[in-house]
Design a protein around this ligand. Structure first.
Ligand code: SF4
Length: 460
């Protein structure tokens, strides 16, 4: 399969612009026209290495900038695309192609339906993207409100169709604009994984996974194949990766200040999304094939990725490399104070890393240390459940736990039903971001408060 179309599309080598500046003025939340001009200059340099913006955008075109606007956090969090880059990119397109049609800045944020009453515009206002886009003259669209068209993926390997926003199908040009971030499930989240914002989320009332919930469908061990399947429908004309600020450690949403790399001042630009992702990984100190989506997309012939297949223009990769602290991925057992995890078939890109990312917050806040004895999480199918787990301190996480439960009772294991009947905390979904992120921290807070109240009563 490799090399089926790659030479036709990119020749024997792909070009990637790696743009680095020692200084960029301002910060994601406080900046002036000077900063926008500086970032525009970086973007122009990158796009010019590929033949200039006119090669990609024609007069009258509708251009969609699919930005990474993941959560409603302030611009300084570094979780979302930098408003300076959004404003500069819209401005650059208008400068270079003055009679361009419409420029749309769009996403379907991860936060939508994770938190009640929040939509992508709420997210984009909080993280500053909406103001930057509108100031530069672009339209802002919440893709979750779009008409969705069931779109078949040819030769699918895991994701035979998805509900594709009509705005994307109707666009003349799609430019994907991810944030340069580590990711606890995908190793890094770059160009290929930015497709997560094409998918929308439909939740069932009982919290279980709806088959139309494209955001969470195939978001387990099959996650990477889902993204390479999607490349068969949408292959962005340009990939522009925002590394003005970046995130190392357990991204994409971080609990610890050291995980935000401020003023990294780098941007990667390419028409080969795989090559762009490969260069980002290498510039973060990782091997070209460390990110599973890059490796898989390279293997399937969606682009070049090996160093010898890429011509990097601009900065010298070795000189500008920043060695990121890698994510801990699904390592979870024995990682936290007062947390015991029992798992057999828990997914390395599903419930386990999501639980890890969630637990980083009470860990950082010191709540886990306040527990008088461990809390327990049971995850994954065929998991042995020790008979002495206290139901009131046990969380049954995920859906597969309830299926394929192969007679472990005979070996002395409790059943999930037994714990449920005695009051264990249930978190459904396969996986359910909303249930994990929003339900587990308050459950832990409640147990910690009860433990402290009991300790105070005993001491009184
Ligand atoms: S419910 Fe089970 S199969 Fe689904 S993501 Fe969680 S661990 Fe994986």
């Amino acid at each position: 399969m490799r090399n089926a179309h790659i030479k036709e599309r990119f020749g024997t080598k792909s070009t990637v612009g790696l743009i680095k500046r020692e200084k960029v003025s301002g910060s994601p939340s406080k900046y002036t026209e000077k900063a926008v001009a500086e970032v525009k200059d970086m973007l122009k340099e990158g796009v010019d290495y590929l033949g200039g913006m006119k090669r990609f955008v024609k007069p009258g075109n509708t251009v969609v900038l699919k930005v990474n606007s993941v959560y409603a956090t302030p611009p300084e969090s570094g979780w979302n695309v930098d408003p300076r880059l959004v404003e500069a990119l819209v401005g650059l397109i208008k400068d270079e192609v003055p009679n361009v049609g419409k420029i749309i800045v769009a996403d379907d944020s991860a936060a939508v339906k994770q938190l009640p009453d929040i939509d992508t515009v709420d997210v984009m206002v909080t993280n500053g993207i909406a103001q930057a886009a509108r100031k530069a003259g672009a339209e802002v669209i919440c893709l979750e409100y779009d008409a969705h068209v069931r779109t078949t993926i040819p030769d699918a390997r895991t994701f035979p169709y998805f509900e594709c926003p009509k705005t994307l199908l109707d666009a003349d040009v799609i430019i994907t604009v991810p944030k340069w971030k580590n990711h606890i499930e995908g190793h890094m989240t770059l160009g290929i994984k930015n497709a997560q914002g094409y998918y929308t989320r439909v939740l069932r009332q009982d919290g279980m996974t709806d088959h139309r919930n494209d955001k969470e469908r195939r978001h387990s061990n099959d996650l990477h194949l889902k993204f390479t399947d999607t490349l068969k429908v949408i292959y962005p004309a340009l990939t522009i990766i925002d590394g003005l600020w970046a995130i190392q450690g357990d991204g994409p949403g971080v609990a610890r200040d050291w995980e935000v790399i401020r003023d990294m001042n780098m941007i990667v630009v390419s028409d080969d999304i795989v090559a762009a992702d490969s260069v980002c990984a290498q510039a973060s100190g990782y091997a070209w094939d460390w990110v599973p989506t890059t490796r898989l997309a390279w293997r399937q012939g969606f682009g070049h990725a090996k160093p010898e297949e890429i011509e990097i223009k601009g900065a010298d990769l070795k000189k500008v490399m920043v060695r990121f602290v890698p994510p801990k991925l699904y390592e979870i057992q024995g990682y936290y104070d007062n947390v015991d995890v029992y798992t057999h078939g828990g997914c390395s890109t599903g419930c386990q890393p999501l639980l890890r990312m969630t637990l980083n917050f009470p860990d950082e806040a010191g709540t886990l240390k306040k527990l008088k004895e461990p809390i327990n999480f049971v995850v994954g199918n065929n998991t042995y459940i020790p008979h002495d787990l206290k139901p009131e301190r046990t969380c049954l996480l995920g859906e597969c736990l309830w299926y394929n439960w192969l007679g472990l009772e005979e070996e002395g294991s409790l059943t999930p039903q037994n714990l449920k009947d005695r009051g264990a905390f249930i978190v459904p979904g396969c996986p359910s971001f909303a249930n994990i992120f929003t339900n587990i921290p308050p459950w832990i807070d409640k147990i910690a408060a009860k433990d402290q109240a009991e300790a105070q009563a005993a001491g009184a």
